[in-house]
Design a protein. Sequence first.
Lengths: 289, 257, 335
Amino acid sequence: MDYSILLAQAVLNGLVIGAMYMLMAVGFTLVFGIMRVVNFAHGEFYMLGAFTGFFTYVYWEIPFVVCLIIAASTVGILGMLVERTLIQPFRADEMSGMIATLAISVIIQNGAVLLWGPVPRAMPDIVTGTLAIGPFNFPWSRLVVIAAAALIFACFWLFMQRTRLGRAMRAVAQDTETALIQGIRVNYIYPLAFGMSVALAALAGALMGPVFSVSPFVGATPMLKAFVVVILGGLGSVPGAVVGGLMLGMIESFTATAFGSLVSDILQLLLVILILLVRPAGLLGQREA
Amino acid sequence: MTALLQVDAISRRFGGLNALKDVSFAIHPGEIVGLIGPNGAGKTTCFNVVSGVMPPSAGAIRFDGRSIVGKKPSEIVSQGLVRTFQATTIFPEATVIENVMRGAFSTTPVSMLGSVFNTRATRATMSATHRRCELLLDRLSLAPLAQRKARELSYGGQRRLGVAIALAARPKLLMLDEPVAGLNPEEAADFGRLIRELHKTENITILLVEHHMRLVMGLCDRLVVLDHGEKIAEGVPADIRANRKVIEAYLGTEEAA
Amino acid sequence: MHGPRPPAIDQDEPRIAARRRWLPAAVIVTLLALALILPQLTTNQFYVHLANLMLLNSIFAISLGLIASVGQISLGHAAFVAAGAYISALAALSFKLPPLLGIVLAGLVTGLAAVALGKILLRLRGVYFVLVTFLAGQVFTLVALNWESVTHGANGLLGIPAISIFGFPLSTRLRFYYFALAAFILVITFVWALMRSQYGRAFRSIAENIRLAESSGIDVSHYQIVAFALGSGIAGAAGAATVHYIRFLSPDSFTFNDSIAYITMLVVGGRHTLIGGVLGAAFLTPLPELLRGFVGAQHIIYGAILLGVLLFIPNGLVSIGSSLWRKSSGTEEPK
């Protein structure tokens, strides 16, 4: 086997899963930064996104872009409702908020099993064929995922930097009290931020549906990895989530190619512990004063 | 006379920012010293560094003849340097007396295992501590409220409870972080008298961060003035009042009170 | 500033004080007598089994409550339970170690493991602590599944011996019941004594105001590690006891779902009291039996109960009981 082909494949796979981890971690870290809520149900919104993508694409046979939009908007609205009704009451109590999201995760996951059954469903590729560059063949289905994730993140970044709403969100993340004084309505920002965060998770889920399969349990791994990423990158840091996500994707892909996926998973955890020992607030995180 | 607290050229950087730069001062036993300066002068950072909440980037701190740099706040407390906080001064859900018992944790000489088995020795020590805490409450006129939950106290009551918690740790040096912030003028004056009284009865040395100029000028033997993280003046209140640098520092902001 | 409040109704005080003293003792004696006699009156082995699970779950919830008493929550609690179970089961199968010693060994090893993990997490409070306990739990399951030469992977370990006391095997449900009851009483008495001591004072101080605790001379990281190690050690020992009762162990025996179940029991019963975990376990352990008609909806109902309790009775079922108690004894606080 040619090593350069193996290497190119590892890079491509690393980018694909790295892109997914990035989308997951960005949303997760956003909610923590703004609301100080650790959302243990984040992976379930990924799963709902995957199912929405699956049903709309397979049964309605509409263009995949439309499927993505439907997945993001339905899951986003659901997220806003969840925030309003179930998370808002715990604003002053981080611990209870965290336990509440655990409960929400249990309910959503088992609800999905009840509705759709536990058996994984395969989803057809959205594009076929490969891109040939010299000796390397890259399947379009993977390249599209990377491009879409990059585009989604670019939109998110522009939104956070250029719009009033995005700036307001960043202000709340930096200092809730000052933001309140400046007249930013937190009760309005929180559901929006939460909805946006889970919409990003849903997009990741819908994008990965064709790559992996779709089942009520697909949210667990991406959420686990999102935790690793935010520990790597620092909780609350969006740049940290991007760098950490891509880095973790690459590390995972290369170590899995070299040693198998079990060793890869254990190595990732050791890495996390190592980093926590050296830099308790993550690689790019700020130390809490 | 040797100093109780000797702060020697301490600095503290946050990222590229110098929050404290080469600050030195000493506090002698029995003094009441005020640490003042306009907003953002580095007073709170200085407090945090001295009490061990954060390490200095450079410099030495000696308390009672021993270096305390790099020690945990809890160890520093056990040596007799105790601080209060501006905002979080109490344990809200516990009773008032329990708050003070918690403050007396490091000065309650029981073996931890003995306290699990509730031995005779433990019971004797605990009841001695309990009596000491009741006396403290009495001195801070909180005794009638001993069984109330701390969060039910008035704002002024909570501030006094904060001081009682600190005193329970038997400080040699008590560091008060803006003790009268948020009190009305009358309460603030009362608090000033209380501090002076405790200074006498409890035989303690006091370092005080405060914005309330009248209180500081009336109470302190000596003042240390910080601005932009550096010490700009030190001396008795009358001299500080006339110091040109100090006046400029305060006039530059709107803190001239 | 408030003046001193008027004292409570004076003439009632001696009566209430007397009642306060004898009533808890009477309740404890009655409960103990019932616990000793009741299992003898039933011929239905399933009820005894349920009682055993309730006692074990109570221990798991109490030990988690110990960790929660310093303001932390472990999402890897089931991993410590599983680790204890594996230690004792493997020691019994491979080295013929008597299960009673195995239980002690399991408690010690899991407790020390928690100390090691706690030292790493020393500077990590709150959220990071939770995330890392979660990750550690996941890794444990992963290792147990894949280290087949030792754990037999997903096939699990069979033929784990029952506990035997001086040659008397606790091989029936009823015999194990009395062992579990004794273990439960031991644990609850220990934790009660601990929480009453200076340790408890330190734990509560940390949970309520971590900065003030540190500046009151309480070594916060030390006591957080003590609580984490004791809670995890008790969980490990109880896990070992469980495995000598169930006598089968696989990586699926104790998973993340069980960690959530322990949290649910603790929260539903009441996080801030010793009895809370017991009440939660007593309420939630038989629930699956009552919900037999709703196969599949069981977990959803668990989740809904957890959410409902968090939203509407944040201090758990215990708080309902204690407010009734206050009303009946007339010592309700004036608001």
